[in-house]
Design a binder for this molecule. Structure first.
Ligand code: TXE
Length: 502
């Protein structure tokens, strides 16, 4: 089954020009759903990225992007949102083909991207800083916000355009310039976004795009002395490498590194809502979601009945390609990633987890050319197990139990990650007590997955550094600067006034 039309051709965008890589190298982009060729992308190396960084540096140092009124930058972001809406169908299709996700999910993603641009358009210029009381009528002290400078933006493959928008929109609103490198697996929608930014009036050099592998095309964005801030979304291991490389020139660093997110279900929860959402929490986009509720922590008294019903439903989830109207979830991003998920499940079983369903690719021969993996439930787990601690980033749920509220909180916090978590109970007081003590960046009560551009997104502990979205998502790209003015200058005479005498 071939689901793509003519493959797209993706080039680098450096200093206002679409260009091939200096070496002429390219990379084939294949749809995870069936392995068909969907695109051919230029493959940059360190030299290409260096040129892109120099362009962004010049555009920042020479201006005038960083000195424009912030409201003008906001107006550009609103035009971008308009064009994204105009091209929504084309963009969603491109995202579905690169990632293998269902078109219906890609449509939601594009709508979310539009909301991100509109949110940052709206808050651009709304915080002019503050005046500080100097206790003197002859001095003025202000704290203002400067753009942080040239930003390196590195994004992954699970939500390529959405994650790009969470970085590009605030960077531009703040007056920064940037070089973005999307995942080498899913470049298409970031290319389309750059085309739209140009159409909306972004000046040459302000936004630059490099494509290719992380260690070559991406690495300079965290190590190059001309980059002032690196914002990275991806895996923990790469995130640590980015942070280490950034330390040589003491860059600002923003990291979103995923999570192993607890979904805590009390016996008094609305049973149908908790069941249904427990499935979506972990199996949405085949578990390739940083906030996936991959860790079910269920009150012991309802465990058997709850898990039996989850297993029954998980086995009914239909897998299929982006344009299959019957599909309920898609393929994993690559065969290499599927192998990783499979070995994660095998290791979990070896350490004592009980496999209740899934654990393998589907037997269905019509899915054999895609990197599909069955929804998987691993029971009888506990937090000392690697499978409970480590992210699988696949459709894999681990199940643990608790007896007391205190125990539920302790288990929910027993992780080196801290991105998100949920609590299900009809007792509002208990919900608030548990939410208050969970050490995660987002807590849902009686829900899973909603997020708002107005609310901060990011993690405690090793889930990352800094926040995206919300006012903090803009402030990542701003440097506070204290400006102090003496309206009545006079000698301070700190040293003996004789120094001033001839
Ligand atoms: O991610 P990488 P991978 C997790 C998930 C997954 C694991 C590995 O658990 O199994 O990460 O996935 C670029 N310098 N998440 O290997 O390597 C790379 O080209 C600079 C969670 O695909 O983190 C891509 O653009 N950049 C996550 C980006 O980093 C480098 C989403 C992410 O790739 C680089 C995806 C380097 N040395 C995976 N090496 C989330 N938080 O949502 C790679 N890159």
């Amino acid at each position: 089954m071939t689901i793509s039309a003519e493959p797209y051709v993706a080039q680098l965008f450096i200093d206002g020009e679409w260009v091939p890589s200096a070496s002429g190298a390219t990379r084939d982009i294949r749809c995870p759903a069936d392995g068909s060729l969907v695109g051919i992308a230029a493959e940059a190396d360190e030299g290409d990225t260096d040129r892109a960084i120099q362009a962004a540096r010049r555009a920042f140092d020479v201006g005038p992007w960083n000195t424009l009124a912030a409201t003008e930058r906001g107006a550009l972001l609103n035009r971008v949102a308009d064009f994204l809406e105009r091209d929504a169908n084309k963009i969603a299709r491109a995202e579905a083909l690169d990632t293998g996700k269902r078109l219906v999910e890609a449509n939601y993603d594009v709508a979310d991207v539009v909301r991100s641009f509109r949110y940052f358009a709206g808050i651009a210029g709304t915080d002019a800083g503050r005046v500080v009381d100097t206790t003197s009528s002859t001095t003025i002290s202000r704290v203002v916000y400067d753009p942080v400078g040239v930003c390196g933006l590195i994004t992954p493959w699970n939500y390529p355009l959405l994650q790009a928008s969470w970085k590009v929109a605030p960077a531009l609103a703040a007056g920064c310039t940037f070089v973005i490198k999307p995942s080498e697996l899913t470049p298409h929608t970031t290319v389309l976004l750059m085309q739209i930014l140009v159409e909306a009036g972004m000046p040459a050099g302000v936004g630059n795009l490099v494509l290719g592998a992380g260690p070559t095309a991406g690495a300079p964005l965290s190590s190059h002395p001309d980059i002032d801030l690196v914002s990275f979304t991806g895996g923990l291991v790469t995130g640590r490498a980015v942070m280490a490389a950034a330390s040589a020139s003491v860059k600002k660093v923003a990291l979103e590194l995923g999570g192993k997110n607890p979904n805590i279900v009390f016996a008094d929860a609305d049973r149908e809502a908790a069941l249904d959402n427990a499935l979506t929490a972990v199996f949405l986009h085949s578990g390739q979601v940083c906030s996936a509720g991959a860790r079910l922590i269920v009150e012991e008294s309802i465990h058997d009945e709850f898990v039996a019903e989850l297993v029954r439903r998980a086995q009914l989830i239909r897998l299929g390609g982006p344009f299959d109207p019957n599909a309920e979830t898609g393929a994993l991003i690559s065969f290499a990633h599927r192998d990783k998920v499979q070995s994660y499940v095998e290791r979990a079983c070896a350490e004592g987890a009980v496999l209740r369903c899934g654990g393998t690719p589907p037997a269905d021969s019509t899915l054999a050319s895609g990197s599909y993996f069955l929804p998987t439930i691993l029971d009888e787990c506990h937090s000392q197990m690697r499978c409970v601690q480590d992210e699988s980033f696949g459709p894999v749920m681990t199940v643990e139990t608790f007896v007391t509220e205190e125990e539920a909180i302790a288990i929910g916090n027993d992780t080196y990650y801290g991105l998100a978590g949920a609590v299900w109970t009809q007792d509002a007081g208990k919900a608030q007590r548990v939410a208050g003590r969970l050490r995660h960046g987002t807590i849902w009560i009686n829900d899973y997955h909603p997020y708002l551009p107005q609310a901060e997104w990011g993690g405690f502990k090793q889930s990352g550094v800094g926040r995206e979205l919300g006012p903090s998502g803009l402030h990542e790209y701003l440097e506070p600067k204290h400006v102090y003015q003496n309206l009545s200058p006079a000698p301070s005479n700190w040293f003996n006034p004789r120094l001033a005498e001839g």
